[in-house]
Design a protein around this ligand. Structure first.
Ligand SMILES: [Ca+2]
Ligand SMILES: [Ca+2]
Length: 368
């Protein structure tokens, strides 16, 4: 309840705010309206910047099925690595409690807590890395949506001054989000950046469709929200985080989040100002890394904030919608602005959205 009260005051501002891109005036970098205290990444809509979507009708799950593309190198002992170079763990099925009856951000639809039954599945132990995504691109020639559109959203705190000086727009409700021309998975902070020293970091600037295309190529799929949350909880019941209820047990950081004052000062107390190499923090009880923090992760579900309290079996979310659910929060999350690095927390973006803190991992019914 305390959680709710603390959040409620500034949520009233959030819910009234729609994302608008505004001109940034010199000597007045902060747009005047609407103001909202949120990280703002939950509603970065590409269509405020771009009006065409020429390949919306293509189904990446079909187009980039591995079998429709060049046969990838299969895993061999001591030889070449597997197609997606991935490690997966078996997540037991059965019953778990999804959501919470003590929501910190009630309008996100964190509740009610409901009993969910799942089939067993395998899940990538870490977020899909730049290295893995590059294998996919090399094998298929896939072009991401950010590359097609020519831009992507980047948090201004990670941009070079040279890149920032060329930008004249920002997201009204969250002026630290800037549309950066040339930002894509290979150039996370725009054209003057690269992933050369970040091959083991989570791939960023991938839209939901890009993520679906990758998983299909790897003969996997995106997790449902229920699968993701079950996996996040790591076998614990009704806890905030994958490791328990205390954010930093014995002073140790268990995830890559934001320490300091958002959005002006990131102390990097956990060791990282931006993304971290996957598996830099302890795994949860299921052997999964970075389920919260580092990069947000797409799920297959359409977004809705209305949930039944009835027991469900393998829920897959609403049949349609405008936004897709993402889970886990990112290196940009701080309790004061984006307390969404909890297993029950959730947020959303349109399927064509991409940003410098949003990635994914895959699941499969089959062993890797
Ligand atoms: Ca950090
Ligand atoms: Ca993550």
């Amino acid at each position: 309840m305390l959680c709710y009260v603390a959040f409620h005051a500034f949520f009233l501002m959030i819910c009234a705010a729609s994302v608008q891109v505004v001109e940034v005036r010199s000597n007045d970098p902060t747009p005047t309206e609407p103001e909202a205290q949120s990280c703002g990444c939950h509603n970065l809509k590409r269509d405020v910047l771009v009006t065409t979507d020429s390949h919306a009708s293509e189904d990446p799950a079909v187009k980039y099925l591995q079998t429709t593309n060049e046969k990838p190198t299969l895993s061999t002992k001591g030889g070449e690595k597997s197609v997606s170079d991935s490690q997966m763990v078996l997540i037991s099925g059965g019953e778990f409690l999804m959501g919470t009856d003590n929501p910190c951000i009630p309008p996100d639809g964190e509740g009610p807590q409901r009993s969910v039954n799942l089939e067993p599945f395998f899940m990538d132990v870490h977020e899909v890395t730049n290295h893995q995504f590059k294998s996919f691109i090399n094998a298929t020639g896939y072009v991401t949506e950010a590359e097609t559109f020519g831009d992507s959203f980047v948090f201004d705190g990670v941009l070079s001054e040279a890149t920032k000086s060329q930008i004249s727009q920002a997201v009204a409700a969250a002026p630290w989000w800037l549309p950066v021309k040339g930002a894509d998975w290979k150039h996370p902070e725009g054209p003057d950046s690269s992933i050369t020293d970040r091959t083991d970091h989570p791939v960023l600037h991938v839209s939901w469709r890009d993520a679906v295309a990758y998983c299909s190529w790897a003969q996997k799929r995106l997790p449902t929200e229920a699968e993701w949350e079950h996996a996040c909880r790591g076998g614990l019941k009704d806890r905030l985080y994958p490791w328990g209820n205390k954010l930093t047990p014995k002073g140790q950081h268990y995830s890559n989040l934001w320490q300091g004052d958002f959005p002006t000062h990131n102390s990097g107390e956990d060791g990282y100002i931006k993304t971290s190499p996957v598996m830099s923090f302890p795994a949860n009880g299921y052997g999964l890394y970075d389920m919260v923090g580092n990069a947000w992760e797409w799920t297959s579900d359409w977004w809705s904030v209305h949930h039944t309290a009835d027991r469900q079996h393998n829920p897959k979310g609403p049949p349609s919608g405008t936004d897709k659910v993402k889970k886990g929060g990112s290196y940009m999350c701080h309790k004061s602005y984006c307390y969404r690095y909890r297993c029950a927390a959730r947020s959303q973006n349109t399927p064509d959205s991409s940003a410098s803190n949003l990635g994914f991992r895959c699941v499969s019914q089959e062993p890797p």
